[in-house]
Design a protein around this ligand. Structure first.
Ligand SMILES: Cc1cc2nc3c(=O)[nH]c(=O)nc-3n(C[C@H](O)[C@H](O)[C@H](O)COP(=O)(O)OP(=O)(O)OC[C@H]3O[C@@H](n4cnc5c(N)ncnc54)[C@H](O)[C@@H]3O)c2cc1C
Length: 458
């Protein structure tokens, strides 16, 4: 009988297979830029039928398969071992249809997020999902990790932007639910099984995405706040006053703000000695009146004592300079070895939680550096520690300090990046034994030969 790779070549053609030796020229992705891809071989199907046939062959052969999009994932869910086959969606990048009547876009899942945003914009619509990896990240990866990003407070996560889905099961069965309607309660809504399942339950091949009206106005401001307890009040105040138009509420703790200010070329919107800074954005539909309403809203917040200083972006350049500060995560590289976290917890718990996790770390490394910023409106904090050294032991001490206290505070070890391999050891902090057991049962039922991303999540 022919080797698996030859049988697969018969399906996808010569250019649909990249052998191991040729993978050595490809980077392993955002988290491992200095490493090359590892795998038995990589297969690049051109359409759903080919994905289905490839998966059927792999399933029959008990061959492990790791789906890959743009390799920007941050928890190693996209990493393949030397004995695994990579299934890359890189040849499935087509935007198949934009349907103005249903405000929807149908795409193959290898398309990048940026291409989808641009196509929506050209058609007079808005696709609100947005994150730093937009130029490489694919819709398949976004949906499989249920990505969040910068506008969750207004539009929800990737899950909330998917109307319909086509996915292929481990045995090659194609599930076609490419409907375009917001309402669809005909039995279980199976697309949600695949969203956020990190490639462990099926391969997502096509999507119907929900488009939104293009905002006519976008107001951005940088604010200084002197007390953590004022942040949730400010959030609710501005969300209410803007009629739910608040689309970003990004908070930077002082240490992070001062670090990004030290990046050459960084523009300083406000003095750097307040404890908290907020990058706020409000979108609306009235080009004439929204700017004035925004100014009035901030003046009222100032009067109420919810903020102490504010500057409004007066041009697209100023707006981008503000976002560049928030997005300058590379500045953290200047600290040397570091450990980063993406946790979720109720806003009211945040100050006590940050004190609690710091104690054991400061006890061990009194000179530790820490940066905190996050999508506060979503209860999502990004925390980075740098203690001047590296290694598994250091990471374990810091991981335990950050993750374990989340259990008693109703927190999540992963607000938006997923579990993959990187957070596998801590899943039980946020999920009960009964929940993990049901996840395992679902996995066994949908992928009985355990070929899809084996060993990821649990
Ligand atoms: C600079 C930067 C900023 C980021 N900011 C954010 C942020 O603000 N919010 C946020 O949530 N995330 C953020 N991320 C991480 C984000 O989750 C990923 O970038 C993205 O969603 C993954 O897309 P990808 O195509 O790169 O997937 P990959 O990294 O290739 O894969 C990610 C996971 O999805 C699976 N997968 C990929 N495609 C498919 C498919 N078609 N079918 C089934 N499974 C599949 C993989 O097996 C893997 O488990 C950021 C990443 C970077 C690099």
């Amino acid at each position: 009988m022919a080797e698996l790779i030859d049988q697969i070549r018969d399906i996808v053609g010569e250019r649909g297979v990249v052998v191991h030796e040729d993978l050595l020229g490809r980077s392993a992705g955002f988290r491992h830029p200095n490493e090359t891809l590892q795998a038995k071989f990589l297969v690049r199907p051109a359409n759903t039928d080919e994905v289905s046939k490839v998966l059927k062959l792999c399933n029959d052969a008990g061959q492990a398969v790791v789906s890959q999009g743009g390799l920007t994932g941050l928890v190693d869910g996209n990493i393949a071992g030397r004995d695994e086959v990579i299934l890359s969606l890189e040849r499935m990048r087509e935007i198949e249809e934009i349907d103005p009547a249903s405000s929807s876009m149908t795409v193959q899942t290898g398309v990048t997020l940026q291409s989808v945003q641009e196509a929506a914009d050209e058609a007079g619509f808005f696709f609100p999902l947005d994150l730093g990896g937009r130029g490489s990240a694919t819709l398949g990866g976004n949906v499989s990790t249920n990505a969040g990003g910068n506008r969750v407070v207004r539009y929800g996560m990737a899950r909330d932007m998917v109307l319909g889905m086509e996915a292929v099961r481990a045995d090659g069965t194609v599930l076609n639910s490419l409907n375009k309607t917001i309402k669809d309660n005909a039995g279980y809504n199976l697309k949600h099984l695949f969203i956020g399942s990190e490639g462990t339950l099926g391969v997502v091949t096509r999507l119907v995405l929900r488009l939104r009206p293009k905002p006519a106005s976008q107001e951005t401001a940088f604010l200084a706040v002197d007390d953590f307890n004022k942040l949730p009040k400010l959030l609710n105040f501005c969300n209410g006053r803007s009629g739910g138009g608040l689309s970003a509420f990004e908070v930077m703790w002082k240490e992070y703000f001062q670090l990004v200010l030290s990046t050459p070329g960084a523009a300083q919107p406000l003095p750097g000695d307040y404890p908290f800074y907020v990058l706020m954005e409000v979108i609306g539909g009235d080009t004439q009146g929204d700017g004035e309403r925004f100014e009035n809203m901030l003046a009222a917040a100032l009067e109420e004592g919810l903020l102490v200083d504010a500057v409004i972006a007066k041009s697209e350049g100023e707006r981008q300079a503000m976002w560049a500060l928030r997005d300058d995560v590379e500045s953290l590289d200047r600290w040397g070895p570091r450990v980063g976290f993406d946790v979720g917890l109720p806003i009211a718990e945040m100050p006590a939680y940050l004190d609690e996790i710091d104690k054991p770390i400061v006890a061990e490394w009194p000179d530790r550096k820490r940066a905190v910023f996050g999508h506060l409106g979503d209860g999502n904090l990004h925390i980075t520690y740098s203690v001047g050294e590296n290694g598994a032991n250091v990471k374990k001490v810091i991981d335990d300090a950050v993750y374990l206290p989340l259990a008693s505070r109703g927190g999540s070890v992963s607000a938006e990046h997923g579990i993959g391999l990187a957070k596998k050891a801590y899943l039980e902090v946020s999920r009960s034994p009964a929940e993990i057991e049901l996840m395992r049962e679902l996995k066994t039922m949908m992928d009985p030969n355990n070929i899809l991303n084996p060993g990821k999540i649990f």
